[in-house]
Design a binder for this molecule. Structure first.
Ligand SMILES: [Zn+2]
Length: 284
């Protein structure tokens, strides 16, 4: 299991943590940035091939003036986040830097379809792209672009999509999650619905015999410590974010060694490095 970051992002303090301010207000008036935060993509070596969770930010987003929409939507996007992606921070280059060939990536799981999670898709036309069916349907909604969903950077020709719908499970170790998607049917990679940030957001639970379990939560939180205290980010459907956060905090209690890996948490890569050296808790 490895992590690479395809550049960095700066966000508003009110985005990191909901403080009661209406999103449109702070989007238009905030003068502060928090960052740099990583834009992580997680690589998992599975017996069936290499699996990626999230694909980072497209390098052309900082070089192509037409990458983002124009007008009010473009203004909101520029007010929402600032990206730095160096020429050597493409997904292909970052994976090569840790000794992997992107051509060997077999399956890609997208936590959700925001721009900083789908940026590697142009480099992944050979892989199967897994996303929740509910998330993909949000692309058809009015004002999808205002909500950070850019169809022209997602529905690329040649991509092979697999839309999943979580199914009921009787695995007691996944409580309180009642509906999940077992990616390869062997229980090692299990997708948990964690809506809130977006309607179809997914988290990926990685269970391995020789290491602590890992949970990649996408943008459910930007900071594990905030999540532990039940706080949620300032964008998305906060009631659903709170419910997903509550569920993840319950599963942490039943898996005390569970390592939480948010896509933009600056501590995620260090936490993963420690997890890779750690023996699992006894009794599992
Ligand atoms: Zn993100």
């Amino acid at each position: 299991m490895s992590v690479v970051s395809t550049g960095t992002v700066y966000i508003r303090p009110q985005h990191l943590r909901f403080d009661g301010t209406p999103p449109l207000w702070w989007l238009l008036t905030s003068r502060r940035w928090i960052g740099p935060l990583p834009i992580n993509a997680f690589l998992i070596e599975h017996a069936d091939g290499l699996v990626l969770f999230d694909t980072g930010q497209d390098q052309t987003s900082v070089t192509d003036p037409d990458y983002f929409p124009k007008g009010f939507t473009g203004l909101l996007n520029r007010r929402l986040a600032r990206f730095d992606v160096a020429p050597d921070q493409t997904l292909t280059a970052r994976l090569a830097g840790i000794g992997y060939d992107i051509a060997d990536v077999h399956t890609v799981v997208l936590s959700h379809l925001h721009i900083d999670h789908v940026g590697g898709l142009p480099e992944l036309r050979h892989a199967t792209i897994v996303v929740s069916g509910e998330e993909r349907r949000t692309l058809e909604r009015p004002f999808a672009e205002v909500n950070g969903l850019m169809r022209n950077h997602i529905m690329l020709p040649g991509l092979r999509w697999q839309l999943i719908t979580p199914q009921p499970t009787d695995d007691p170790s996944l409580t309180p999650f009642t509906d999940v998607h077992d990616l390869f049917g062997d229980g090692s990679l299990v997708l948990l619905p964690t809506p809130g940030h977006t309607p179809g957001s997914l988290s990926l639970l990685v269970r391995r015999p020789d290491c602590p379990p890992l949970l990649m939560v996408g943008d459910l939180t930007f900071d594990v410590h905030l999540m532990e205290s039940g706080q949620v980010p300032g964008l998305g459907q906060r009631s659903r974010s709170r419910e997903s956060t509550r569920k993840v905090n319950i599963i942490r209690q039943s898996h005390p060694d569970l390592v939480i890996l948010p896509t933009h948490d600056p501590e995620a890569s260090a936490r993963l490095a420690v997890a890779e050296q750690t023996k699992p808790a006894s009794g599992r």
